[in-house]
Write a protein that binds this ligand. Structure first.
Ligand code: ZN
Ligand code: ZN
Length: 244
């Protein structure tokens, strides 16, 4: 068996082996809880193709949604890092599509975020900017900003995020409006227009008032643009899970 990193432990669930933080308070904000399985007695037929379960047609639970399917409709084993499974797990067609899409986030964007970049950071509404490096912490919970000063922003405390395109100005703060705008404009890879900045609203611990943080590309515009795009994808995952 492979080594278990510090601060993590292996747990066995009916769905498979999971590697989770020893302290649940350190769960990644991208993590999802395992679903309740639909009880055997409540699903006599496949919930996709309606095949009746019997001795030959056995039922399987999708590890992502917990619904019951025949082997044919739930045959794909796909990685599911959001539920911390060590190995790929059985998923229905709909869920495996979503999980495969999320794998791109884990393979690419998450690494970009943890790699970090150098930005021109303007806290609050001040006019004074500071050049800082910013990266996502190893447990994915914080943005660490380091320059002459240091501070951190907890991802779960970000209430809205706007990504600024070259030439655009901040307008509507609503994440959903923003998401659709981004998708059409410049998130697609190979697109020529670029993210040049980001405006965050967040609530520091113990405060009821939102703080604003503006980040703009400093040195390497290309690195900054992919970091902003990755951050935007991260926000979408977070907001989708909050909406559920
Ligand atoms: Zn089926
Ligand atoms: Zn499913």
């Amino acid at each position: 068996m492979s080594a278990v990193p510090d601060g993590k432990k292996l747990v066995r669930s009916p769905s498979g082996l999971r590697m989770v933080p020893e302290n649940g308070a350190f769960n990644s904000p991208f993590s999802l809880d395992e679903p309740q399985w639909v009880p055997d007695g409540e699903c006599p037929r496949c919930m996709q193709c309606d095949t009746k379960f019997d001795f030959i047609h056995r039922k399987h639970h999708c590890r992502r949604c917990g619904r019951c399917f025949c082997d044919k409709c739930c045959c794909k084993k796909v990685a599911l890092p959001r539920m911390c499974f060590v190995d790929p797990v059985r998923q229905c067609a709909d869920c495996s599509t979503v999980s495969q899409r999320e794998m791109e986030f884990y393979d690419k964007q998450l690494k970009v975020l943890m790699g970090g970049g150098t930005f021109l950071v303007t806290p609050g509404t001040s006019e004074k900017s500071e050049t800082m490096t910013c990266r996502l912490s190893n447990n994915h919970r914080y943005l660490f900003l380091d320059g002459d000063s240091h501070f951190e922003v907890e991802l779960s405390r970000i209430s809205s995020m706007q990504v600024l395109a070259e030439g655009s100005s901040p307008g509507d703060n609503d994440i959903h409006t923003y998401t659709s705008l981004l998708e059409s404009q410049f998130i697609s890879e190979g697109s020529t227009s670029r993210a040049s900045g980001m405006l965050l609203q967040y609530k520091p611990p113990g405060s009821q008032d939102s703080q604003q943080l503006r980040m703009e590309a400093a040195e390497d515009k290309k690195v900054a643009a992919s970091w902003f795009a990755a951050m935007h994808k991260a926000a979408r995952l977070l907001y989708e899970s909050r909406d559920q």
